[in-house]
Design a protein around this ligand. Structure first.
Ligand SMILES: [Zn+2]
Length: 368
């Protein structure tokens, strides 16, 4: 090396993410599983920004900033690399190499401990999902049917992946403690992993007195509104299998409603219909390409994203119209390209119902 490397770089890189987060002016982040989620310090929003404490990385879905603790410090403080270094490791460069080694070893121990905790958390979450699923009853004759009809979805029989719980609690960890925000009828959907096993449940709280059929979930203390949908378990690489058949075409939308709307509308003839749960799971991690805001190039090292099973010959992703179209399309394209890299010969397509619309809007317009 031509330069004496600045020992503070090692020091800052060895710093656990939790410690970095504590040193930064981050506000309004809430704990969601093993992540801190909230508005992006640069581009705002509500839940587009996430820090994964265990993996020591962050990302923003909208401005697509991502990286390690030093990158996070630059993003939050709006400064360059030396500025972030000053902030995290101080201006002094008089650091004993022995001290650097000691801190690095301590950081490695902290990382291993966090990894073991994350794995234990994942196992507990999957066990919870299995318990919720076992206690749920068949969707036949339940509020699930009424909820789907409200969304314009009429099927001869509900998919086996959908069940119902009449009095299901909505529990969230808020400020470090578990709070029951709501109890009521809930559609429980099975998320099956690539090994076919139940890995998570997707929960939608139903309120048929409201126009969209979904319950309003509000923290009684702060008034903050939370989504009526929540996943418990490990959704990575999984899907909600919503029926269809008679072909080797797999049609996948993000949500249950969009995917079932496609099944009802049958825009491309016989196919199998699975919901991919969210865009992150369908698209996976994307590479940053210089000069392109949304690269659409999959990070093939991301082993946790969805890859279709070997029987699929054609994969069709449905692009929802309600989010940033350019960013969404790039994520879906990355997912298609990842699938094709893993399944040679696979055909891929993205269908887009039109700006600002999703298939469920179209279905509701055509049934009312
Ligand atoms: Zn952002």
């Amino acid at each position: 090396m031509g330069f004496d490397p600045d020992p503070r770089v090692d020091l800052a890189r060895a710093m656990p993410m939790r410690e970095i987060v504590d040193r930064l002016p981050l506000e309004r982040l809430r704990r969601e599983g093993r992540e801190l989620v909230g508005p992006c310090p640069q581009c705002g929003g509500r839940d587009r920004f996430a820090i994964n404490i265990d993996r020591g990385v962050f990302n923003c879905r909208s401005c697509e900033a991502k990286g390690d603790g030093l990158a996070l410090a630059q993003h939050v403080l709006g400064c360059d690399f030396p500025g972030a270094l000053d902030h995290l490791a101080g201006r002094s460069v008089q650091i004993d190499p022995e001290e650097v080694r000691r801190r690095r070893a301590a950081a490695e121990r902290a990382r291993q401990k966090a990894e073991a905790e994350a794995e234990a958390y994942r196992r507990r979450a999957i066990a919870d999902a299995v318990t919720i699923w076992r206690h749920a009853r068949p969707a036949e004759g339940s509020h699930v049917i009424d909820y789907l009809r409200r969304r314009g979805i009429r099927l001869p029989a509900p998919p086996a992946a959908l069940r119902f719980k009449p009095d299901h609690p909505c529990v969230r960890k808020i400020g470090g403690r578990l709070v029951t925000l709501h109890r009521g009828p809930c559609m429980i959907a099975a998320v099956q992993g690539p090994d076919d096993r139940l890995a998570a449940v997707h929960q939608t709280w139903i309120d048929l007195d409201r126009p969209d059929g979904k319950a309003e979930i509000r923290d009684p203390e702060t008034g903050e509104v939370y989504p009526a949908k929540m996943v418990r378990g490990s959704k990575k690489g999984g899907a909600i299998r919503l029926g269809g058949g008679g072909s080797d075409i797999l049609v996948m939308g993000e949500g249950i409603e969009t995917t079932l709307s496609a099944r009802v509308l049958q825009p491309i003839g016989p196919a199998v219909y699975w919901a991919g749960v969210d865009l992150g799971n369908m698209g996976g991690a994307m590479l940053r390409v210089e000069g392109r805001r949304h690269s659409g190039e999959p990070d093939l090292d991301d082993a946790r994203a969805f890859v279709p099973p070997a029987w699929v010959r054609r994969l069709v992703f449905i692009q929802d119209g309600d989010s940033d179209p350019e960013a969404t399309r790039a994520r879906l394209l990355a997912g298609i390209r990842r699938a094709q890299a893993n399944r040679p010969g696979l055909e891929g397509a993205i269908v887009h119902p039109g700006a600002g619309k999703d298939l469920n809007d179209i279905l509701r317009e055509s049934t009312t």
